[in-house]
Design a protein around this ligand. Sequence first.
Ligand code: SF4
Ligand code: SF4
Length: 123
Amino acid sequence: MQCEDAPCARVCPVGAIRLNRETGAYEVDEDRCLGCKMCSLVCPFSAVVPDRYTGKAVKCDLCKGYPACAAVCAPDALRFEEDIHARVAQRREAAAQIRTSILREGAVIPSGLEKLGSAGYES
Ligand code: SF4
Ligand code: SF4
């Protein structure tokens, strides 16, 4: 489970949980994790738990975009649906690059649109 606005990542005092923009998964950096369990406390789905031996946080990282659980599930009870947030992030980035290259050519942003953020979204 990957929240759009992941409480686990927001609460972590050392920034050990970060979004992988390629896969849309929030991943734990074990080297940074202190094992404080704050992420487990705030997760609404109990989807991040301390490792039994190390005490460090463990959560699904979507197997780098190819979830093994979904691949082996014979009756298709588990299905991997492409993460919408990753797709949105990629499109925002593409939009920002296009906008930058258009401005480089000397184009003028129509009045009323200046308040939009660099990727065309209100900030
Ligand atoms: S571990 Fe919990 S809070 Fe973090 S992204 Fe997954 S469901 Fe959301
Ligand atoms: S257990 Fe680790 S990942 Fe979770 S909040 Fe604490 S330091 Fe961050």
